[in-house]
Ligand binder design. Structure first.
Ligand code: C5P
Length: 235
């Protein structure tokens, strides 16, 4: 995979103008973008076709988490939109993840089934929050790896995790089990709400297949220049 293909830019925007501004700035450089809840709930499914018009591959990050029947039907609908990657929460359980897989296979067109990955633990969580608020007393890395194994059992393609867990996930699941890692911050940049963060270069060294970068690119004065700078850093 070329370095350009490994950076997924999170289009966390809520107006079409913001979307177009960002898309024009990154056109021809960025290959893969992420449309998450903010963008999808604001612009609707048009956001996917808009991204496709610019030639971007699309990771639809809607983190589905519901009963298996609802998730199956929703994944069917989302696969029909032509996204290249979709995700669900691993905490929805084995049956839900299997249903998600069935849904995307049913909805995919032209034999190109989108990659389906599972969110393990959000990168805004840490061990303390996991224990004191969510009631999971297992070690964070162990819990992430267990959820990754469950996703593999459901025949998913990979997981969303912190880059800090990639080594463990790959050695437990398989080397080709995809790891998509948000929680990326440029050196000296503000962590904001993220807790488990690494730099783009560190994430690559740790073996991430894809790094997801939002605000450090999208809120910079020149998203295109920032993207190119990150690209140079990971090459
Ligand atoms: O702006 P920032 O680089 O923190 O954006 C990270 C993006 O990745 C956001 O769109 C967020 O929703 C998403 N994400 C995350 N942690 C996860 C899963 C997705 O930060 N575990």
């Amino acid at each position: 995979m070329k370095p350009q293909d490994k950076i997924i830019v999170a289009f966390d925007v809520h107006t079409k103008d913001q979307f177009l501004h960002l898309a024009k700035s990154l056109e021809g450089e960025a290959q893969y973008i992420k449309i998450g809840m903010e963008c999808f709930y604001s612009l609707g499914s048009d956001s996917v076709s808009l991204a496709k018009d610019f030639g971007f591959k699309v990771f639809l990050d809607l983190k589905l988490h519901d009963i298996p029947n609802t998730v199956e039907k929703s994944c069917y609908a989302l696969a029909k939109l032509g996204a290249d990657m979709l995700n669900v929460h691993a905490l929805g359980g084995l049956e839900m993840m299997k249903a998600a897989k069935q849904g995307i296979e049913r909805g995919a067109h032209n034999n190109s089934v989108p990659k389906l990955i599972a969110v393990t633990h959000l990168t805004s969580l840490n061990q303390t929050i996991l224990e004191s608020q969510i009631g999971i007393s297992k070690d964070l890395i162990e819990s992430t790896t267990d959820l990754a194994l469950l996703a593999k059992k459901a025949n998913l393609d990979g997981v969303v995790s912190s880059a800090l867990e990639v080594e463990q996930v790959k050695s437990t699941c398989a080397h080709d089990f995809l790891t998509v890692t948000p929680g990326i911050r440029l050196a000296n940049s503000d962590r904001q709400d993220q807790k488990r963060v690494v730099t783009p270069k560190e994430a690559m060294k740790l073996g991430s297949d894809y790094i997801v970068i939002g605000r450090d690119i999208t809120l910079s004065n020149n998203p295109r220049e920032t993207f190119i700078k990150i690209l140079e850093e990971i090459k």
